[in-house]
Design a binder for this molecule. Structure first.
Ligand code: TXA
Ligand code: MG
Length: 338
């Protein structure tokens, strides 16, 4: 199959919407990462997403809608969920809600909940409206690769596997949406994103974090979200993350770097001069910039053939929890507090 890349515009959006209506898979930009979309209600189309991504069938997809009215046929919207939608949609917040029969089991991997979100990106919204469909879309990477934050990343992973990629520049947020379980009395974050626990608590009164956000699942522990079971965001190189005061982190990274070959450093911009002529890439100067850059940097380091990566992280809290959750997974939880 030939994969065509088109800058998003009225014509290409019409073409993409027609492909979706015909049961095909189309990649498109959102504010978080690029998505690999298909008609969420068409079993056959959804299977094509799993095939293109080589995604395990037990990992359910997020269904994207243009507004909350589109949810009526898909799921049961609770009062808390509605409040959160009014506060944060369109935006990077995914809610898990009781699904209705119309949503096929392949989309939800057999679960009785469906994940729904309204993306805050004009191209994504126009595509959903133009197609008139709820769009199931995981991140548009091959399973186990970092999520794509540009059309070029999607092309690397999906070339020859899907008919069309809509180009819409680099993604503003850079990490995937917050996944929130709203089935209990207190909402619980299963995957941290740009909508933080603190922001959710302001609207819902309270909000908890799933214990496995910053540690591996223990043997026999139930995964509240199937995505937690799977290996994620893995660069080819072994990665170690250091957190704490700049001086101590810099010292530890230099010591580790200098004793072996093929290392690369991923550090905050203001610390880069301290590494002299050693091989470094910037992660920006704030958790927000780090989130925007991380997946792109991991792909760049793969290309450079990095043997190992020594990265500077942030304290895993507040706004930094999203980027640190991805760094934790990319490093197989090899995080060294200094
Ligand atoms: O920002 C995003 O959320 C991006 C863009 C494209 O919207 N999408 C995305 O999808 O990250 P994906 O498939 O890569 O991640 C979806 C996560 C997975 O960890 C999956 O296990 C979880 O959401 N999930 C989906 N449906 C679920 C459900 N019914 N119950 C629990 N977890 C669910
Ligand atoms: Mg993904």
């Amino acid at each position: 199959m030939q994969t065509i890349c088109h800058p998003a515009g009225d014509e290409s959006l019409k073409q993409a919407a027609a492909l979706l209506q015909a049961g095909q898979v189309v990649a498109f930009p959102t504010e978080t990462v690029y998505g690999l979309g298909a008609n969420a209600l068409d079993e056959h189309a959804v299977r094509a997403i799993f095939a293109a991504k080589e995604r395990p069938a037990d990992n359910p997809l997020i269904v994207h809608v243009a507004d909350k009215n589109q949810l009526t046929e898909l799921c049961q919207v609770t009062e808390t969920a509605e409040k959160l939608m009014d506060a944060f949609w369109p935006g990077p917040l995914t809610l898990l809600l009781k699904k209705k029969d119309i949503v096929p089991d392949v989309t939800t991997a057999g679960l009785d909940t469906v994940a729904v979100r309204c993306p805050n990106h004009p191209v994504a919204l126009q595509l959903i409206r133009e197609s008139g469909l709820p769009i199931a879309a995981p991140s548009a990477n091959r399973s186990g690769r970092p999520s794509p934050t540009s059309a070029a990343h999607v092309y690397e992973d999906m070339q020859g596997r899907i008919p069309m990629i809509l180009e819409g520049g680099s993604c503003r947020v850079g990490v995937e949406s917050t996944v929130l379980d709203v089935s209990g009395d207190v909402p619980c974050v299963l995957r941290p994103g740009a909508i933080t626990r603190e922001m959710i608590a302001q609207i819902a009164g309270d909000c908890t974090l799933a214990p496995s956000i910053m540690r591996p699942l223990q043997a026999g522990e139930h995964a509240p979200s199937p995505g937690m079971k799977h290996r994620h965001y893995a660069p080819k190189a072994k990665m170690t993350v250091f957190t704490g005061e700049d001086e101590k982190v810099i010292e530890a990274i230099i010591a580790r770097y200098d004793v072996s070959e093929g290392g690369w450093i991923l550090a905050q911009t203001h610390c880069l001069p301290a590494f002299g002529s050693r091989r470094c890439l910037s992660l920006g100067d704030s958790p927000r910039e780090g989130a925007q850059l991380l997946f792109q940097r991991l792909r760049e380091l793969d290309e450079k053939g990095a043997a190992f990566i020594l990265a500077q992280g942030w304290e895993a809290e507040g706004e930094a929890l999203a980027v640190m959750n991805r760094m934790a997974r990319a490093s197989a939880f090899d995080i060294v507090p200094m």
